[in-house]
Each structure stands twice: as C-alpha cells, then as structure tokens.
Design a protein around this ligand. Structure first.
Ligand SMILES: [Zn+2]
Length: 114
C-alpha cells in the first residue's frame, strides 16, 4: 500500500512546517490529489490515521480535494476537464489529445496549526 509511505511523507513535511511556524499541533491538512495520481483517497486517510499516531499530526483532519484530469485541446485552443480520466479525447470536439495540464498532482496546499 503506497499510500502509507505517502502518508509518512506528509507527516514529515507537515511537522517540519509546523515547527518552523512555532506550532505544537497540526489540526488540518489540505491536499490536492489528481485523478491520475494513483492515490486512493480512502487508503490515504486510513494510512494517515496510522502514521500520525504519536506525532504533531495526531487527530488532524485530512481535507482531500480531488482534482480532475484537465487537457489542452489544440483544435479548440482551450483547456477542458475530462469526464473520464482514462479516455484522452477532448470532450468538446472528441479529438484525441496528449496534452495533460493537470491530473497527476499530489500537493500539500496548506496546513492549519495551533
Ligand atoms: Zn477539442
């Protein structure tokens, strides 16, 4: 389960950021997870609960924003979100496209600390 190692990474990053901010406890983590990031949010929540035990993140809430896959279509000269992340065709003109603008990210966007 690679979500466990991702969760451990998040703990490290968040603890470091909290220490720099002079905080003693992290209460909320905000994450952006792309539809093609290969992360299962439920597995990540589960792993997060396990690895935060006894850390500054114990009891912290994980706010996961799931980011759709967005492509750029040269034909339409526009960006569009894919309704199905497995099918790389422009939803407007149905032409295939390989230009992915977003969808693979795993970002810790912000933290709430006390
Ligand atoms: Zn198009």
């Amino acid at each position: 389960m690679h979500e466990l190692s991702i969760a451990m990474n998040l703990v490290q990053i968040a603890e470091e950021a909290a220490r720099k901010a002079g905080a003693s406890q992290v209460t909320v983590l905000y994450l952006r997870v792309g539809a093609l990031s290969a992360i299962v949010p439920e597995a990540l929540r589960f792993g997060f609960e396990i690895v935060t035990d006894g850390t500054m993140l114990a009891g912290a809430r994980l706010e996961i924003e799931e980011v759709p896959v967005r492509i750029f279509c040269e034909h339409c000269a526009a960006e569009a979100d894919l309704p199905n992340p497995q099918i790389f065709c422009c939803p407007t003109c149905q032409r295939p496209t390989g230009h992915m603008v977003q969808g693979r990210e795993l970002e810790l966007t912000s933290l709430e600390v006390t």
